[in-house]
Design a protein around this ligand. Sequence first.
Ligand code: C2E
Ligand code: CA
Ligand code: CA
Ligand code: CA
Length: 276
Amino acid sequence: AKHGGRNRLAEFVPAMTAATQRRVALERELRQAIAEQQLALHYQPQFDCASGALVGVEALLRWRHPEHGLISPAEFIPIAEDSGLIVQLGGWVLHRACQDVMAWDRAGAPALTVAVNMSARQLREPGFIDDVMRALALSGLAPERLELELTESVLMEDVAGAVAFMQAARALGVRLSIDDFGTGYSSLAYLQNFPINQLKVDRSFVQLLPQRGETVIHAILALAHGFGLSVVAEGVEDQRQLDWLRAAGCEMVQGFLLGKPMPPQDFAARYLSPVG
Ligand code: C2E
Ligand code: CA
Ligand code: CA
Ligand code: CA
Protein backbone atom coordinates (compact mmCIF):
# COMPACT_ATOMS: atom_id res chain seq x y z
CA ALA A 1 0.00 0.00 0.00
CA LYS A 2 3.00 2.24 0.68
CA HIS A 3 4.63 2.25 -2.73
CA GLY A 4 2.44 3.42 -5.57
CA GLY A 5 0.32 5.50 -3.26
CA ARG A 6 1.63 8.69 -4.67
CA ASN A 7 1.06 7.51 -8.23
CA ARG A 8 -2.49 6.53 -7.48
CA LEU A 9 -3.20 9.93 -6.02
CA ALA A 10 -1.70 11.57 -9.08
CA GLU A 11 -4.03 9.54 -11.29
CA PHE A 12 -7.03 10.19 -9.11
CA VAL A 13 -6.84 13.97 -9.04
CA PRO A 14 -6.98 14.59 -12.82
CA ALA A 15 -9.77 11.99 -13.13
CA MET A 16 -11.82 13.83 -10.56
CA THR A 17 -11.22 17.07 -12.38
CA ALA A 18 -12.40 15.57 -15.66
CA ALA A 19 -15.63 14.34 -14.03
CA THR A 20 -16.19 17.76 -12.48
CA GLN A 21 -15.50 19.46 -15.79
CA ARG A 22 -18.03 17.24 -17.57
CA ARG A 23 -20.58 18.05 -14.90
CA VAL A 24 -20.05 21.79 -15.18
CA ALA A 25 -20.24 21.59 -18.99
CA LEU A 26 -23.39 19.46 -18.89
CA GLU A 27 -25.08 21.92 -16.56
CA ARG A 28 -24.34 24.76 -18.96
CA GLU A 29 -25.47 22.73 -21.97
CA LEU A 30 -28.61 21.50 -20.26
CA ARG A 31 -29.86 25.09 -20.21
CA GLN A 32 -29.85 25.13 -24.02
CA ALA A 33 -31.00 21.56 -24.49
CA ILE A 34 -34.71 22.33 -24.18
CA ALA A 35 -34.63 25.25 -26.60
CA GLU A 36 -32.54 23.25 -29.07
CA GLN A 37 -34.89 20.28 -28.88
CA GLN A 38 -32.24 17.85 -27.66
CA LEU A 39 -34.60 16.49 -25.02
CA ALA A 40 -37.13 13.83 -25.79
CA LEU A 41 -39.50 11.57 -23.92
CA HIS A 42 -39.49 7.85 -24.41
CA TYR A 43 -42.47 5.79 -23.33
CA GLN A 44 -42.48 2.37 -21.71
CA PRO A 45 -45.74 0.38 -21.81
CA GLN A 46 -47.49 -0.87 -18.66
CA PHE A 47 -49.81 -3.87 -18.82
CA ASP A 48 -52.64 -5.25 -16.75
CA CYS A 49 -51.27 -8.46 -15.29
CA ALA A 50 -54.47 -10.51 -15.43
CA SER A 51 -55.78 -9.52 -18.87
CA GLY A 52 -52.51 -8.60 -20.58
CA ALA A 53 -54.12 -5.36 -21.83
CA LEU A 54 -52.01 -2.25 -22.40
CA VAL A 55 -53.16 0.21 -19.73
CA GLY A 56 -50.58 2.96 -19.53
CA VAL A 57 -47.10 4.31 -20.15
CA GLU A 58 -44.25 5.75 -18.11
CA ALA A 59 -42.57 8.82 -19.59
CA LEU A 60 -38.76 8.63 -19.35
CA LEU A 61 -36.56 11.58 -20.23
CA ARG A 62 -33.79 11.30 -22.81
CA TRP A 63 -31.05 13.78 -23.75
CA ARG A 64 -29.56 13.49 -27.20
CA HIS A 65 -26.37 15.45 -26.67
CA PRO A 66 -24.77 16.83 -29.87
CA GLU A 67 -21.29 15.49 -28.91
CA HIS A 68 -21.79 12.82 -26.24
CA GLY A 69 -24.79 11.11 -27.81
CA LEU A 70 -27.52 9.72 -25.58
CA ILE A 71 -26.93 10.70 -21.92
CA SER A 72 -28.70 8.68 -19.23
CA PRO A 73 -31.19 10.48 -16.98
CA ALA A 74 -29.31 8.83 -14.10
CA GLU A 75 -26.44 11.20 -14.98
CA PHE A 76 -28.21 14.43 -15.95
CA ILE A 77 -31.25 14.44 -13.62
CA PRO A 78 -29.02 14.89 -10.52
CA ILE A 79 -27.27 17.80 -12.30
CA ALA A 80 -30.63 19.33 -13.13
CA GLU A 81 -31.73 18.88 -9.51
CA ASP A 82 -28.61 20.51 -8.02
CA SER A 83 -28.80 23.47 -10.39
CA GLY A 84 -32.56 23.98 -9.99
CA LEU A 85 -33.01 23.40 -13.74
CA ILE A 86 -35.20 20.40 -12.90
CA VAL A 87 -38.16 22.75 -12.35
CA GLN A 88 -38.07 23.94 -15.96
CA LEU A 89 -37.16 20.48 -17.25
CA GLY A 90 -39.86 18.75 -15.22
CA GLY A 91 -42.44 21.26 -16.43
CA TRP A 92 -41.50 20.47 -20.02
CA VAL A 93 -41.81 16.71 -19.32
CA LEU A 94 -45.24 17.14 -17.74
CA HIS A 95 -46.67 19.20 -20.62
CA ARG A 96 -45.08 17.02 -23.32
CA ALA A 97 -46.33 13.77 -21.75
CA CYS A 98 -49.92 15.01 -21.42
CA GLN A 99 -49.88 16.21 -25.03
CA ASP A 100 -48.40 12.98 -26.42
CA VAL A 101 -51.05 10.83 -24.75
CA MET A 102 -53.84 13.05 -26.02
CA ALA A 103 -52.39 12.82 -29.55
CA TRP A 104 -52.68 9.01 -29.25
CA ASP A 105 -56.28 9.44 -28.06
CA ARG A 106 -57.10 11.42 -31.16
CA ALA A 107 -55.54 8.63 -33.23
CA GLY A 108 -58.00 6.18 -31.69
CA ALA A 109 -55.93 4.71 -28.85
CA PRO A 110 -57.55 3.36 -25.67
CA ALA A 111 -57.51 5.81 -22.73
CA LEU A 112 -54.00 5.12 -21.42
CA THR A 113 -52.65 6.54 -18.16
CA VAL A 114 -49.32 8.40 -18.26
CA ALA A 115 -46.84 8.27 -15.39
CA VAL A 116 -44.41 11.16 -14.91
CA ASN A 117 -41.39 11.05 -12.57
CA MET A 118 -41.03 13.85 -10.04
CA SER A 119 -38.07 15.36 -8.23
CA ALA A 120 -38.16 16.75 -4.69
CA ARG A 121 -37.29 20.20 -5.96
CA GLN A 122 -40.49 20.31 -8.05
CA LEU A 123 -42.65 19.56 -5.01
CA ARG A 124 -41.13 22.54 -3.21
CA GLU A 125 -41.81 24.88 -6.14
CA PRO A 126 -44.82 26.99 -5.04
CA GLY A 127 -46.35 27.25 -8.52
CA PHE A 128 -45.95 23.61 -9.43
CA ILE A 129 -49.49 22.48 -8.72
CA ASP A 130 -50.74 25.30 -10.96
CA ASP A 131 -48.48 23.99 -13.69
CA VAL A 132 -50.02 20.52 -13.28
CA MET A 133 -53.45 22.12 -13.68
CA ARG A 134 -52.24 24.02 -16.74
CA ALA A 135 -50.80 20.88 -18.36
CA LEU A 136 -54.14 19.11 -17.89
CA ALA A 137 -56.19 22.06 -19.13
CA LEU A 138 -54.01 22.72 -22.20
CA SER A 139 -53.86 19.07 -23.26
CA GLY A 140 -57.41 18.11 -22.27
CA LEU A 141 -56.12 15.02 -20.43
CA ALA A 142 -58.51 13.79 -17.71
CA PRO A 143 -56.75 14.23 -14.33
CA GLU A 144 -57.22 10.59 -13.32
CA ARG A 145 -55.12 9.56 -16.33
CA LEU A 146 -52.08 11.47 -15.02
CA GLU A 147 -49.95 9.63 -12.46
CA LEU A 148 -47.14 11.38 -10.60
CA GLU A 149 -44.34 9.06 -9.41
CA LEU A 150 -42.59 10.05 -6.19
CA THR A 151 -39.75 8.07 -4.64
CA GLU A 152 -39.56 7.41 -0.93
CA SER A 153 -36.53 9.71 -0.67
CA VAL A 154 -38.49 12.51 -2.34
CA LEU A 155 -41.26 12.04 0.22
CA MET A 156 -38.91 11.79 3.19
CA GLU A 157 -36.97 14.93 2.32
CA ASP A 158 -39.85 17.07 3.59
CA VAL A 159 -42.76 14.96 4.78
CA ALA A 160 -45.15 17.81 5.64
CA GLY A 161 -44.47 19.58 2.35
CA ALA A 162 -44.89 16.35 0.40
CA VAL A 163 -48.22 15.59 2.08
CA ALA A 164 -49.49 19.11 1.30
CA PHE A 165 -48.47 18.67 -2.34
CA MET A 166 -50.06 15.23 -2.53
CA GLN A 167 -53.33 16.49 -1.09
CA ALA A 168 -53.43 19.31 -3.64
CA ALA A 169 -52.69 16.86 -6.47
CA ARG A 170 -55.37 14.43 -5.28
CA ALA A 171 -57.87 17.29 -5.02
CA LEU A 172 -57.31 17.82 -8.76
CA GLY A 173 -58.01 14.12 -9.32
CA VAL A 174 -54.41 13.25 -10.25
CA ARG A 175 -53.09 9.81 -9.21
CA LEU A 176 -49.96 9.29 -7.09
CA SER A 177 -47.49 6.39 -6.99
CA ILE A 178 -44.55 5.63 -4.77
CA ASP A 179 -41.68 4.66 -7.08
CA ASP A 180 -38.84 2.22 -6.28
CA PHE A 181 -40.89 1.01 -3.32
CA GLY A 182 -38.97 -1.05 -0.78
CA THR A 183 -35.59 0.60 -1.34
CA GLY A 184 -36.11 3.59 0.97
CA TYR A 185 -36.78 4.15 4.66
CA SER A 186 -39.81 4.77 6.88
CA SER A 187 -42.22 3.72 4.19
CA LEU A 188 -44.36 1.61 6.50
CA ALA A 189 -44.73 4.27 9.18
CA TYR A 190 -45.75 6.89 6.66
CA LEU A 191 -47.86 4.86 4.26
CA GLN A 192 -51.09 5.61 6.04
CA ASN A 193 -50.43 9.36 5.97
CA PHE A 194 -49.73 9.58 2.27
CA PRO A 195 -52.79 9.97 0.02
CA ILE A 196 -51.38 7.65 -2.65
CA ASN A 197 -53.00 5.27 -5.13
CA GLN A 198 -50.23 2.89 -6.05
CA LEU A 199 -46.89 1.32 -5.17
CA LYS A 200 -44.24 0.43 -7.72
CA VAL A 201 -42.17 -2.53 -6.56
CA ASP A 202 -38.52 -1.82 -7.27
CA ARG A 203 -36.79 -3.79 -10.00
CA SER A 204 -34.19 -5.10 -7.54
CA PHE A 205 -36.87 -7.35 -5.94
CA VAL A 206 -38.53 -8.38 -9.19
CA GLN A 207 -35.20 -9.50 -10.64
CA LEU A 208 -34.73 -12.01 -7.81
CA LEU A 209 -37.90 -13.88 -8.85
CA PRO A 210 -38.82 -16.65 -8.91
CA GLN A 211 -36.08 -18.21 -6.73
CA ARG A 212 -35.81 -15.31 -4.30
CA GLY A 213 -37.64 -12.09 -3.58
CA GLU A 214 -41.01 -13.78 -3.07
CA THR A 215 -41.25 -12.96 0.63
CA VAL A 216 -40.65 -9.25 0.10
CA ILE A 217 -43.05 -8.99 -2.84
CA HIS A 218 -45.78 -10.98 -1.08
CA ALA A 219 -45.41 -8.60 1.87
CA ILE A 220 -45.56 -5.50 -0.36
CA LEU A 221 -48.68 -6.85 -2.11
CA ALA A 222 -50.41 -7.60 1.21
CA LEU A 223 -49.49 -4.19 2.58
CA ALA A 224 -50.63 -2.35 -0.57
CA HIS A 225 -53.89 -4.26 -0.84
CA GLY A 226 -54.54 -3.71 2.87
CA PHE A 227 -54.37 0.03 2.23
CA GLY A 228 -56.48 -0.26 -0.94
CA LEU A 229 -53.53 0.48 -3.23
CA SER A 230 -52.67 -1.18 -6.53
CA VAL A 231 -49.20 -2.50 -7.32
CA VAL A 232 -47.00 -2.17 -10.41
CA ALA A 233 -43.96 -4.44 -10.68
CA GLU A 234 -41.08 -2.85 -12.59
CA GLY A 235 -38.17 -4.46 -14.38
CA VAL A 236 -39.92 -7.66 -15.49
CA GLU A 237 -37.38 -9.29 -17.77
CA ASP A 238 -38.45 -12.92 -18.06
CA GLN A 239 -41.57 -15.00 -18.39
CA ARG A 240 -41.16 -16.77 -15.04
CA GLN A 241 -41.15 -13.42 -13.24
CA LEU A 242 -44.34 -12.44 -15.07
CA ASP A 243 -46.04 -15.75 -14.28
CA TRP A 244 -45.11 -15.45 -10.61
CA LEU A 245 -46.43 -11.86 -10.36
CA ARG A 246 -49.71 -12.78 -12.07
CA ALA A 247 -50.27 -15.70 -9.70
CA ALA A 248 -49.42 -13.52 -6.68
CA GLY A 249 -52.11 -10.95 -7.61
CA CYS A 250 -49.93 -8.05 -8.76
CA GLU A 251 -52.11 -5.63 -10.77
CA MET A 252 -49.68 -4.25 -13.34
CA VAL A 253 -46.31 -5.01 -14.90
CA GLN A 254 -43.66 -3.08 -16.77
CA GLY A 255 -40.29 -4.28 -18.07
CA PHE A 256 -38.04 -5.18 -20.96
CA LEU A 257 -39.86 -8.53 -21.44
CA LEU A 258 -43.01 -6.62 -22.40
CA GLY A 259 -41.60 -3.46 -23.92
CA LYS A 260 -38.61 -1.12 -23.63
CA PRO A 261 -38.93 2.66 -23.45
CA MET A 262 -39.28 3.99 -27.01
CA PRO A 263 -39.91 7.25 -28.88
CA PRO A 264 -43.60 8.23 -29.17
CA GLN A 265 -43.81 7.49 -32.88
CA ASP A 266 -42.41 3.96 -32.34
CA PHE A 267 -44.83 3.45 -29.47
CA ALA A 268 -47.77 4.49 -31.65
CA ALA A 269 -46.61 2.26 -34.51
CA ARG A 270 -46.11 -0.76 -32.27
CA TYR A 271 -49.12 -0.56 -29.96
CA LEU A 272 -51.68 1.77 -31.44
CA SER A 273 -51.83 1.02 -35.14
CA PRO A 274 -54.93 -0.88 -36.20
CA VAL A 275 -54.22 -4.61 -36.42
CA GLY A 276 -55.19 -6.77 -39.38
P1 C2E B 1 -37.24 4.94 -12.74
O1 C2E B 1 -38.31 5.96 -12.58
O2 C2E B 1 -37.16 3.89 -11.68
O3 C2E B 1 -37.47 4.33 -14.18
C1 C2E B 1 -37.28 2.98 -14.51
C2 C2E B 1 -35.93 2.78 -15.17
O4 C2E B 1 -35.74 1.37 -15.37
C3 C2E B 1 -35.81 3.40 -16.55
O5 C2E B 1 -34.46 3.79 -16.72
C4 C2E B 1 -36.17 2.25 -17.48
O6 C2E B 1 -35.62 2.38 -18.77
C5 C2E B 1 -35.54 1.10 -16.74
N1 C2E B 1 -36.20 -0.19 -17.01
C6 C2E B 1 -37.49 -0.41 -17.34
N2 C2E B 1 -37.73 -1.74 -17.47
C7 C2E B 1 -36.56 -2.37 -17.23
C8 C2E B 1 -36.15 -3.76 -17.22
O7 C2E B 1 -36.92 -4.68 -17.48
N3 C2E B 1 -34.84 -4.00 -16.91
C9 C2E B 1 -33.95 -3.01 -16.64
N4 C2E B 1 -32.69 -3.35 -16.37
N5 C2E B 1 -34.30 -1.70 -16.63
C10 C2E B 1 -35.58 -1.38 -16.93
P2 C2E B 1 -34.07 5.23 -17.33
O8 C2E B 1 -35.04 5.59 -18.41
O9 C2E B 1 -32.62 5.21 -17.62
O10 C2E B 1 -34.35 6.22 -16.13
C11 C2E B 1 -33.57 6.18 -14.96
C12 C2E B 1 -34.15 7.05 -13.88
O11 C2E B 1 -34.07 8.43 -14.23
C13 C2E B 1 -35.64 6.80 -13.61
O12 C2E B 1 -35.80 5.64 -12.82
C14 C2E B 1 -36.01 8.08 -12.90
O13 C2E B 1 -35.63 8.03 -11.55
C15 C2E B 1 -35.12 9.11 -13.61
N6 C2E B 1 -35.93 9.83 -14.62
C16 C2E B 1 -36.21 9.50 -15.90
N7 C2E B 1 -37.01 10.43 -16.49
C17 C2E B 1 -37.25 11.37 -15.54
C18 C2E B 1 -38.01 12.60 -15.50
O14 C2E B 1 -38.67 13.02 -16.47
N8 C2E B 1 -37.99 13.31 -14.32
C19 C2E B 1 -37.30 12.87 -13.21
N9 C2E B 1 -37.33 13.62 -12.11
N10 C2E B 1 -36.60 11.73 -13.21
C20 C2E B 1 -36.57 10.98 -14.36
CA1 CA C 1 -40.45 5.90 -12.28
CA1 CA D 1 -38.73 2.89 -10.47
CA1 CA E 1 -35.29 4.81 -9.75
